[in-house]
Design a protein around this ligand. Structure first.
Ligand SMILES: NC(=O)c1ccc[n+]([C@@H]2O[C@H](COP(=O)([O-])OP(=O)(O)OC[C@H]3O[C@@H](n4cnc5c(N)ncnc54)[C@H](OP(=O)(O)O)[C@@H]3O)[C@@H](O)[C@H]2O)c1
Length: 257
């Protein structure tokens, strides 16, 4: 039976990956800080799907915790066939208005952690000749709207590079690039997006099932939803300066009272 390790499995997109992979018969290793939520997920998924769930509590901004998760991925006695690097969050304010420590923590969880975990997982998977890594990036990575966007841009390019390095080994890498998705993400960051039209909001269930289909097809970039597919196509052909200026201004325009 295949095993998937998912970071940020206690809520949102990560929890949805856990539910869908459990329904397909995968055993799971679920990682996040909130141990009670992970334990609740474990008992529900084990009883609903007859699979086994290992709870691995970790704060993925902490080096030692990341090291523990990497060691789990590299353990030859308990092979992991799929890694979903999903845990993450955004910051409400602009770079210069944030404490630099908060910026460093965000950079760690969005960039350093998935890089360290991908290294551990990919080496073990290449050795076994099969496996899949999903890096949950963002549409923001195609834009220049702040340090969150810069980090996601790194993650997307990193995923493309690692996919090329692993070509022909039986190991695939996919960057999932969602747009606005209904989860706890915006509430946790204290960001309101009530003015956004309904059509721009993605449903986590649909985006995860499309992503898993894209992984089966070996796609390197997975963009869920027709609007965001069209936007990604447009951003590919727009001069970088136009995309940069309009994206930055729309993110930082003064809010109407
Ligand atoms: N929602 C969107 O609109 C959207 C769009 C594009 C990309 N994304 C990306 O999707 C991914 C998942 O976000 P989401 O929307 O599902 O948000 P969410 O509902 O807030 O879930 C975030 C998950 O990350 C975990 N997490 C946060 N900080 C952590 C830490 N220090 N250590 C370990 N785990 C931590 C949380 O678990 P604990 O609190 O239990 O630790 C939770 O399970 C993120 O990488 C995000 O950047 C989201």
């Amino acid at each position: 039976m295949a095993t998937a390790l998912i970071t940020g499995a206690s809520a949102g997109i990560g929890k949805t990956f856990a539910q869908q992979l459990a329904a397909k018969g995968h055993d799971l290793v679920v990682v996040a800080r909130d141990e009670a939520r992970l334990a609740d997920l474990k008992s529900r998924l084990e009883s609903e799907h007859g699979i086994s769930v290992e709870v691995l509590p970790a704060d993925l901004t902490e080096r030692l915790d990341v090291q523990d998760v990497a060691a789990r991925l590299a353990d030859p006695a308990k092979p992991v066939d799929m890694l979903v690097n999903n845990a993450g969050y955004g910051l409400k304010k602009g770079f210069l208005d944030n404490d630099i420590v908060d910026e460093e923590h965000m950079l760690t969880i969005l960039v350093r952690t998935p890089v360290v975990l991908s290294h551990a997982a990919a080496k073990a998977m290449r050795e076994r000749g099969h496996g899949a890594i999903i890096n949950v990036s963002s549409m923001a990575g195609f834009l220049a709207t702040g340090t969150y966007a810069a980090a996601k841009s790194y993650l997307t390019t990193f995923s493309e590079s690692l996919a090329a390095e692993l070509d022909g080994t039986g190991v695939t890498v996919t960057a999932l690039c969602p747009g606005f998705t209904r989860t706890e993400f915006h509430q946790r960051a204290g960001i309101t997006r009530q003015q956004l039209p309904d059509a721009l909001w993605l449903d986590a269930d649909k985006l995860v099932s499309q992503c898993l289909r894209d992984v089966d097809r070996g796609k390197v970039i997975s963009v869920p939803g027709v609007h965001y597919k069209a936007a990604a196509g447009l951003l590919d052909v727009l001069p970088r300066g136009v995309a940069r200026n309009s994206a930055f201004k729309s993110r930082h325009r003064p809010q109407a009272r």
